[in-house]
Design a protein around this ligand. Structure first.
Ligand code: VG1
Ligand code: CO
Length: 543
């Protein structure tokens, strides 16, 4: 089979964001668009010859077509072998697992995560390196640079291959292994957790519901929760991946996973509810009549980590992204272990995990994970919670309430203003940035501002510096107010405003966060001038 050299021209908009390149499907369907980006990835990995690549996606619209193109391009670019999930499917955590287990050189994940799917919705592509984690900024920058000067790409001249049956075969000089996307991941989970203890929990009166939101975690959840742990059939709902996720947003929060939330807040609710996102790396945890914020979830899991066999020796350290609440820091201090604050995006945890500085890490955006792989991991978080429940014998609400009594409650909320005109988003950030020098010392809503800055991160392992990672106001009483623009959207700009306030008094730990934080919320609205500039009276999404 011949390798074709196809001439092309650069597209100006192939800069990877917080997590890969995300665009409308229609953008990816332009002639050469997908090929240009894939070739740019390959060009940024000059030592790929003869190496193994892992490939799969969350099953969204355009997944299957893209897989075939990437297989032919991998064969045309000298890769030795591609391991592809059956049906072209792999969750993000499973790709990370397989890269590590097989010693692969890297992986390509096709997903726009929690963004909607379908012909008029979003598609995405991200590259993970040999440690199983998202490519660090040096590599995403190299991909972007390559995309701006690309003149051609190499692709094998051939027909589509069968990706629907587990088998190993050749495509030109490259081997393709079509494998079960679930098996290796499920084996890893069984090594981390005490499946016998979890089976016992499922055999009692405990009832759980897992909503896969018609996205990738369905097959993983059916296998692990129902088949291996023995939860009754029907525990997993919306468990078949659909190309358009059933028309919804596969985003596990109270807004987009409303049916699950409604069920958990109804009379006779199950004991436990959880959901994951499009590509399976996010998680939402609910108890009966109780929502666990992702920031609290990280802190609670850290406090109870030794209940899980893989972490019985204790944690080395904990990291959280900057906008995530400081709840995990308090636990780290109590445990006498280090804690780190990184920019938003899982790629910034990679070096800390590889260097053995941290065991757990998390983000406020429903992301929790550990050093078992190099991605956040939705199913892992659910198994971790089930382990804590099995170990303590307490309901979710009690576990969290006791945690607050001991460590204080970090009231937390994020307000998103989606789909703003891009210039307005920039204008808001610039004008807040311009005020930063004069804010320290001022008192807003009765709180004194200690520090106001533009967050920059110096990676403690490789010394690389990432600037402009969010504008922060740190108050004397420990409260924080943070402004960022999203790096994952495909339309306009999304302004995220993060609010946090620590309450140590147990008698005041049971209020509505929107009420407790309303003064900070008002300061955020005033400083951003969101209403004046956009007319928006309320955020699009509150989490
Ligand atoms: C968002 C979240 C961030 C997360 C990223 C990818 O990014 O805020 O915490 O790492 O999505 O998650 P942004 O730039 O839009 O705020 V996923 O599940 O899309 O891989
Ligand atoms: Co995701």
């Amino acid at each position: 089979m011949a390798v074709l050299q196809i001439a092309t021209r650069p597209f100006a908009d192939q800069r990877p964001g917080t997590s890969g390149l995300r665009k409308k499907v229609k953008v990816f369907q332009q002639p050469h668009y997908l090929e240009n980006f894939v070739q740019s990835i390959f060009n940024a990995i000059p030592d790929r010859a003869g190496k193994t690549l892992v490939l799969g996606g969350d099953g969204r619209f355009y997944n299957r077509e893209a897989i075939q193109v990437i297989l032919r391009m991998a064969a045309g670019n000298g890769w030795g072998k591609v391991i592809v999930g059956r049906g072209g499917l792999f969750s993000t955590p499973a790709v990370s697992t397989v890269i590590r287990a097989r010693g692969a050189h890297g992986g390509i994940i096709l997903s726009a995560s929690h963004n909607a799917g379908g012909p008029d919705q979003d598609f995405g592509i991200k590259y993970n390196t040999a440690n199983g984690g998202p490519a660090p900024e040096q590599i995403t920058d190299a991909i972007w640079t390559a995309s701006r000067s690309i003149q051609g790409y190499q692709i094998l001249d051939g027909a589509d291959v069968d990706i629907d049956h587990a088998a190993t075969f050749w495509l030109g000089d490259m081997q393709i292994e079509v494998c079960d996307p679930v098996a290796e991941y499920a084996e890893l989970m069984a090594r981390i957790f005490d499946f016998d203890a979890l089976k016992q929990l499922m055999q009692g009166s405990f009832r759980m519901r897992f909503d896969a939101l018609h996205a990738i975690t369905g097959p993983y959840a059916h296998e692990i929760f129902e088949k291996q742990l023995g939860a009754p059939a029907g525990t997993v709902v919306n468990g078949t991946p659909l190309t358009d996720f059933g028309g919804g947003h596969p985003d596990p929060n109270l807004v987009y996973a409303k049916p699950l939330a409604d069920e958990l807040f109804a009379e006779n609710a199950p004991d436990f509810g959880a959901a994951s996102d499009g590509d399976g790396d996010r998680n939402m945890i609910l108890g009966r009549h109780f929502f666990v914020t992702p920031s609290d979830s990280l802190a609670v899991l850290a406090a109870h980590a030794t209940a899980i066999p893989a972490y019985r020796q204790g944690l080395k350290g904990i990291a959280r992204s900057m906008p995530t609440s400081q709840a995990a820091d308090v636990v780290a201090e109590a445990l006498g272990i280090a804690h780190y604050e990184t920019p938003t995006g899982w790629k910034f945890f990679g070096n800390l995990l590889d260097a053995g500085k941290i065991t757990f890490c998390g983000e406020e955006s429903f992301g929790t994970g550990s050093d078992h792989i190099r991605e956040k991991d939705g199913i892992w978080a659910v198994l971790a919670w089930l382990s804590v429940i099995a170990h303590t014998g307490q309901p979710v609400a009690e576990i969290v309430t006791r945690h607050w009594q001991r460590f204080g409650r970090h009231y937390y909320t994020r307000h998103d203003y989606e789909n703003l005109p891009a210039e307005i988003g920039e204008q808001i950030m610039h004008s807040i940035a311009a005020q930063l020098p004069v804010l320290p010392g001022q008192t807003l809503a009765g709180r004194e501002i200690l520090i106001a800055d533009d967050f920059a991160y110096a990676d403690p392992i490789d010394g690389s510096v990432s600037a402009h990672q969010g504008l922060r106001l740190l108050f004397a009483d420990g409260a924080r107010l943070i402004f960022r623009l999203s790096g994952t959207g495909t339309e306009g700009a999304t302004l995220r405003i993060y609010h946090e306030h620590l309450e140590k008094d147990p008698l005041r730990q049971h209020q509505d966060p929107q009420r407790t934080l309303r003064d900070l919320i008002q300061v955020g609205r005033n400083l951003s001038r969101i209403e004046t500039l956009t007319g928006r009276k309320a955020p699009t999404v509150i989490t």
